[in-house]
Design a binder for this molecule. Structure first.
Ligand SMILES: [Zn+2]
Length: 200
């Protein structure tokens, strides 16, 4: 394994993600494409997924989200709006389609069960999340002097004043993006007030 966060690597994010996935699942890079699905195709297990996430975090010096997007959408917009009777609602499908543009739209159909949702997660989905996290790191500036961060192991530090800069949370990025995507639907999805929702 590398020391983490080797960003001088000229290979593309796509190539690196494919290599990490292939290595974790003991496959050749020829067997893994951006459209490969983790479940039902690459036969990944939950532990493999964690292994891949850790490897990506170290490799790119990012903090990946852990929760799946559908669960986050339920938290934000309400259980009944996104899922009804174990089935992803039409609104839920719409939101997932705009939020996961790398997944062919026809893979997500109304009537889809919650359990089937994870089957649409592709290697390309991980590429999207990694790129999203890298973009956030790129925009980070020191809150004290405005300096740019530089990476040291799994942390960032301001090149101007040396102050440590926290890595953006993948969870928070994911939530931010879901809110933006929800606004693009017509009509837009309305966020529920957490804590006030009926948990019956
Ligand atoms: Zn600074």
């Amino acid at each position: 394994m590398n020391q983490g966060g080797d960003l001088s690597d000229p290979r593309s994010v796509e190539q690196v993600v494919i290599e990490i996935v292939a290595r974790s699942l003991e496959r050749t890079t020829d067997e893994v494409t951006l459209n490969s699905r983790f479940w039902g195709e690459l036969d990944a297990e939950s532990l493999d997924m964690l292994d891949i996430i850790y490897a990506l975090e170290r490799r790119f010096r990012i903090r990946m989200p852990r929760l799946n997007l559908l669960q986050r959408a339920v938290d934000l917009f309400g259980e009944d709006v996104i899922i009804k009777g174990g089935i992803v609602t039409e609104r839920g499908i719409e939101l997932m389609r705009v939020s996961m543009p790398e997944v062919p739209a026809e893979w997500m159909k109304p009537g889809m069960r919650i359990y089937d949702f994870r089957k649409v997660i592709t290697v390309g989905s991980f590429v999207r999340v990694v790129e999203r996290c890298l973009e956030a790191v790129d925009k980070l500036r020191c809150s004290r002097c405005g300096g740019q961060p530089e990476g040291v192991e799994m942390t960032l530090r301001c090149t101007g004043c040396g102050m440590p800069i926290e890595l953006p949370s993948g969870e928070q990025l994911l939530v931010q993006d879901l809110r933006i995507y929800a606004q693009r639907l017509s009509p837009p999805l309305v966020e529920v007030q957490t804590g006030l929702r009926d948990e019956a």
